[in-house]
Design a protein around this ligand. Structure first.
Ligand code: B12
Ligand code: SF4
Length: 514
């Protein structure tokens, strides 16, 4: 069969700081190609809608699938599916990925028969069976994880091993367009899947049933050897949770003489616990690290149910600095923030050398705060659920809130434009643009003001919206049932590839008990 796998357009943040390959979609495409299907990938983060339509007319795919990792992309996917249905009335159209798994019924309904089914959970575990069932006219909703308007199959299952299916990276045409900051160009890779913690604002753990699985160091190193890009974005939610695994990958990389530069995301307490691992990684090319601090005071951390103390967070930053790793911190701005609160954050951010990123508290389906936050949503427009817009009532008038937010983001952005930074930047630009003709990083420097703009953000709220997300049906601590949040059913300790000490460490640093 001919399968076309499509990633939707970039959201706000990705229009400036980074653009990364759609790894999940590439893995799904890889599984289908291994099964002898003729597969193409089309990435709308780079390409245009009109080129998508030209492609489907010439390629005439039997099946088209869309990557629904981001809630904010759902209206675009529904509209694309509707037009595609008119052009190719007999093709199978399906959507899979993180966010769409949590709102499957709703998206099917809103598509008005344009989307045949939603694939919940891991796509590579079921895509081949799905294509076969479509060919043989077997009812799709009998398959695990598949939801159609006629019903839903059994719970989705996991792939046997993360080592078996490699992403079809070679199917992307413009690989030089993917980058993160100065890692330009950059490829993405997955070392482990899932997260054993259970933060209330996050759905990474509910998607995978609080499991944590690792790929083998050998398979990872082999994959790295095949990647041409010098920069590597490690997509794991929390990198190097398990020290031995991180160390074994580093050893394999050293043994094979692989030379790359890496970016990863982790937690402050994991960094402090596994100092040696991060030290070794700084020696083999770890350049950038993203730590989700979420709040800068104890009250804020308590609100986010993170058991890590502020002292630990600052100690982690200090340690990363000592290794020469550039750290970016994420702070979550709550809609209740006042002008004074924004000012405190700006001052704090100027006092530290790290890059600070700010996002807005956003309840997402699949998170605890979606069901428990008693504040009513002020908008149900999917497109605004991108953590750059306020979807809950703001204490400041909305325009003031955005002015303060963007001013804070500007202060953070400009901080890295001092004389020394400009001099360093000049060196980097020389290397990227003049020596290697790589333009992504250079272009990103001038894009900030055109994308992050308070008037534009207000205007985004005024756009007419055709598809609205339904609010959570239960907003109560008493009736809230955590088990309903999961996409892959939790199967406890055995689903986590962690040694007992690490399992205990995770338990001590997460808030809830199973
Ligand atoms: C890497 C990553 C990114 C990369 C994106 C790379 C890309 N182009 O896709 C970057 C850093 C750019 C990014 C940015 C953002 N991200 Co992000 N990101 C992640 C992260 C950590 C891992 C995703 C990943 O690659 N995993 C590895 C691959 C193998 O897994 P996967 O993509 O989930 O794919 C599997 C399944 O989902 C499924 N699947 C996926 N696609 C498809 C398609 C089909 C057809 C099928 C059948 C199956 C299928 O099968 C795959 C294989 O098993 C997730 C957290 C998570 N654990 O999912 C957050 C996450 C997806 N991001 C999130 C958010 C909020 C954002 C931003 C909005 C944040 C911001 N700062 O503004 C932006 C928006 C980016 C955009 N779309 O323009 C949220 C999503 C929230 C939501 N409900 O919408 C998540 C869940 C994080 C979280 N815990 O809240 N992100
Ligand atoms: S540590 Fe918390 S915020 Fe980070 S991925 Fe895990 S559950 Fe989400």
């Amino acid at each position: 069969m001919k399968l076309l796998a499509v990633h939707p357009s970039a959201l706000m943040y990705t229009r400036v700081f980074l653009r990364l390959e759609p790894l999940g979609l590439e893995i799904v495409a890889g599984a289908a190609r291994n099964d002898a299907h003729d597969v193409k990938i089309f990435d709308l983060q780079i390409e245009k809608h009109k080129d998508y339509f030209t492609l489907i007319r010439s390629f005439q795919p039997d099946a088209i699938c869309f990557g629904g990792n981001y809630l904010a992309n759902i209206p675009e996917i529904i509209d694309l599916a509707r037009t595609t249905r008119r052009i190719l009335p007999h093709s199978l159209i399906f959507v899979g990925g993180h966010s769409v798994s949590f709102v499957a019924d709703e998206v099917l309904r809103q598509s008005n028969n344009a989307i045949d089914c939603i694939v919940k959970g891991e796509g590579e575990a079921i895509v081949c069976e799905l294509l076969e069932a479509f060919e043989k006219k077997i009812p799709l909703h009998t398959l695990p994880g598949i939801v159609t308007k006629d019903g839903e199959g059994p719970a989705p299952h996991f792939v046997k091993s993360l080592d078996d299916i490699r992403p079809a990276r070679d199917l992307l045409q413009n690989r030089h367009k993917y980058f993160i900051g100065t890692l330009d160009p950059a490829a993405s890779i997955e070392f482990a899947r899932g997260c054993p913690w259970d933060c209330m604002f996050c759905s990474a753990w509910t998607f995978y049933g609080r499991s944590y699985r690792t790929a083998s160091p050998k398979a990872i190193a082999e994959e790295l050897e095949h990647i041409e890009e010098p920069g590597i974005f490690i997509v794991d939610d929390v990198a190097f949770v398990h020290a031995e695994h991180g160390m074994a990958i580093a050893n394999e990389i050293k043994k094979r003489g692989i030379k790359k530069e890496y970016y990863l995301e982790t937690r402050g307490d994991v960094l402090l616990r596994n100092k040696e691992v991060f030290k070794v990684w700084s020696e083999i090319g770890l350049r950038y690290m993203f730590i989700g601090m979420e709040a800068v005071d104890a009250e804020g951390l308590k609100q986010f149910r993170k058991r890590i103390s502020l002292d630990q967070n600052f100690e982690a930053l200090e340690y990363a600095r000592s290794l020469g790793i550039m750290v970016a911190i994420n702070i979550i701005a709550d809609p209740s923030w006042t002008k004074e609160r924004f000012e405190t954050i700006r001052q704090w951010c100027l006092e530290i050398p790290e890059i600070v990123n700010i996002s807005v508290t956003t309840p997402y389906p699949g998170t605890e705060i979606w069901h428990k936050d008693k504040r009513h949503l002020t908008t149900r427009d999917y497109r605004l659920f991108d953590i750059q817009h306020a979807v809950l009532p703001t204490t400041l008038p909305l325009d003031e809130f955005y002015k303060e937010l963007v001013k804070t983001q500007q202060v953070m952005n400009m901080k890295h434009m001092g004389w020394q930074a400009v001099a360093d930047m000049f060196g980097i630009l020389w290397d990227k643009v003049v020596r290697h003709n790589q333009w992504n990083f250079a272009k990103s420097i001038w894009k900030f003001n055109s994308v992050f703009n308070p008037q534009q953000q207000i205007a985004d709220h005024m756009r007419p919206s055709r598809y609205l997300i339904s609010p959570p049906d239960e907003l109560s601590d008493k009736t809230f049932n955590k088990n309903k949040l999961y996409i892959h059913a939790p199967s406890g300790r055995k689903s986590r590839t962690l040694d007992d000490k690490t399992e205990k460490f995770v338990d001590a640093t997460r808030m809830a008990t199973e």
